[in-house]
Design a binder for this molecule. Structure first.
Ligand code: 5AD
Length: 348
């Protein structure tokens, strides 16, 4: 198969056959990959230029009622030291973030039943009142449609809910039986139809994942047409059933990011923390593969080490919101400019 021709056609038609998708996903030829990344950069540059949008990540709770096999804050991990932030603490994070130049706040947490609709609506309303010029992104897991609607009406604009894998059998290998791909997908459709800018995504290299699973992920994303796609390598966590499985690779993550850029030219694509964790230059490499978002950590310092989805998760240094200046310099050296902007989705 001629990989360069596939890249060109993916850019032109935003689509390939399953076999061509799989061939690109598996490609390890450095020259072909460099070409893929160059086309992804060109498409990103045409849409968004060299601007990098920043999102302040507030990890508000690591309590979780779910027991996903890969995740370090799964409910049966007795080793996790649990915390949750109060509304006041969350607002303080937003204030610190605003002063640093953040205009999007991402509230991410485990599925913590403490955050009833009433409490979550109160938090979103308070942020909306105090920061009318900012976008509020929620990443609070699966909820009912009514709940999504109430949060939207309270002022939330965006929602991140990775589908994790679009292959039913694979989904069942990563999750306990009470969690289903069908319900996950229902949530995503509800979010989109309510009017959220919606993000989905998957882990790359998770246990039992095959190239076929990834092809399904691409097909699912193609069909959903999300505004954002978050993908990062799977990284084992020592207190989970997947402790001994190998991590996903930066190369495969970058390949998928670049393919997604060609498929969804307007998408907001973060260079994720997980990518920065397995590769010290992960964020820059992500930008060079077509990303246009980074999500520094705005959580209170003493919580960061507790929100451990996987081992060695970076939360200090350039990953910390306070180090924005050094992240800015790094990005500038790589040819990018961090901007103070909500960075909303823009259609072509
Ligand atoms: N490795 C990489 N990513 C993980 N996530 C959860 N656990 C891990 C892990 N071990 C990701 C999931 C989730 C997001 C918040 O973090 O994809 O959606």
């Amino acid at each position: 198969m001629n990989i360069l021709a596939c890249v060109d056609r993916l850019e032109r038609e935003r689509d390939l056959s399953d076999a061509e998708f799989a061939a690109l996903i598996k490609c390890e030829d450095p020259e072909a990959l460099e070409y893929l990344f160059a086309r992804a950069r060109a498409v990103r540059d045409a849409q968004y230029g060299r601007k990098v949008y920043i999102r302040g990540l507030i990890e508000y709770s690591n309590y979780c009622k779910n027991d996903c096999l890969y995740c370090g804050i799964r409910r049966s991990n007795r080793g996790a030291e649990r915390y949750r932030l109060s509304e006041g603490q969350i607002l303080d994070c937003c204030r610190a973030g605003y002063a640093l130049g953040f205009r999007t706040f991402v509230l991410q947490g485990g599925e913590d039943p403490y955050f009833t609709d009433e409490r979550a609506v109160s938090i979103v309303s308070a942020i909306r009142r105090e920061f009318p010029d900012c976008a509020i992104t929620l990443s609070m897991g699966e909820r009912g449609r009514e709940s999504f609607q109430r949060l939207f009406d309270a002022g939330a604009n965006r929602y991140l809910l990775r589908h994790e894998t679009a292959d039913c059998a694979h989904y069942a290998q990563l999750h306990p039986a009470e969690l289903t791909l069908a319900h996950r997908v229902q949530c995503l459709r509800d979010l989109k139809s309510i009017g959220y800018q919606t993000g989905t995504g998957m882990m790359v290299g998770s246990p039992f994942q095959t190239a076929d699973c990834l092809v399904r992920d691409l097909r699912f994303i193609q069909e959903l047409q999300p505004q954002m796609v978050g993908i990062g390598p799977f990284i084992p966590h020592h207190d989970t059933p997947f402790a001994r499985y190998p991590a996903g690779t930066a190369r495969q993550t970058l390949t998928l990011l670049a393919m997604l850029r060609l498929m969804l030219p307007c998408a907001l694509l973060p260079a994720t923390t997980a990518l920065g964790t397995i590769d010290g230059d992960g964020r820059e490499k992500g930008m060079n593969a077509g990303c246009n978002v980074v999500m520094p950590n705005l959580s209170p310092r003493d919580c960061r080490s507790k929100y451990l989805l996987y081992d060695n998760k970076i939360a200090t240094g350039d990953e910390a919101a306070e180090s924005l200046n050094s992240l800015k310099k790094r990005m500038e050296r790589a040819g990018y400019e961090i901007v103070t902007d909500r960075g909303d989705y823009r259609d072509a």
